[in-house]
Ligand binder design. Sequence first.
Ligand code: 5GP
Length: 189
Amino acid sequence: MQELKNAIMNRGKAINQDVLLVDSFLNHQVDVELMKHVGEAFAEHFKGRGFTRVVTIESSGIAPASFTALALGVPLVIMKKQTSKIMTGDLLHTTVRSFTKGTSYELTAKHEFLPEKENILLIDDFLASGEAAVGVINLAKQAGCNVGGIGIVIEKAFQTGHAKLTKMGYEVYSLARIKSMSENHIEFL
Ligand code: 5GP
């Protein structure tokens, strides 16, 4: 998606060879017009495949996933990284290792928002090691749901996530695939 690649080149910043900062348009300040186009691009690719829910992980996946759900006309469900006293009932949990923080966190969802047999489209901002996506897949399995596709805004193709998820049998569709990067250069596949 050229508009997204332009945003990455002009407004993103590789802080080293592994981590790309996109807080000017994706995960702190949000360019909602760009995110709307991102959502429409995912919907165009995944339309007609019977998705009944878009699922994402808080917080950076919410903007692109919202526009995708809007364009597909299905509900959005946000997997929570923190539980609270008011999050009660039949809860699903799994542990995920965080790429950016180097720590682990618990992913939680209410079973009532992921009822059995839903066909889930997972949308996330980044794909690195694929651990976050595997966490959503684990929660979906616990819920008795199918993950029918994975849409990624920015894939760091030099990391292991894409191979891991495709080997597990999942389709990964990324709007921008970064081949390599360093502080003053970003190259797309
Ligand atoms: P994974 O589980 O695939 O290793 O990492 C995915 C999650 O880590 C994404 O949801 C995203 O929040 C975060 N992440 C991974 N790599 C980057 C990066 O280069 N920049 C930013 N801003 N977040 C990243």
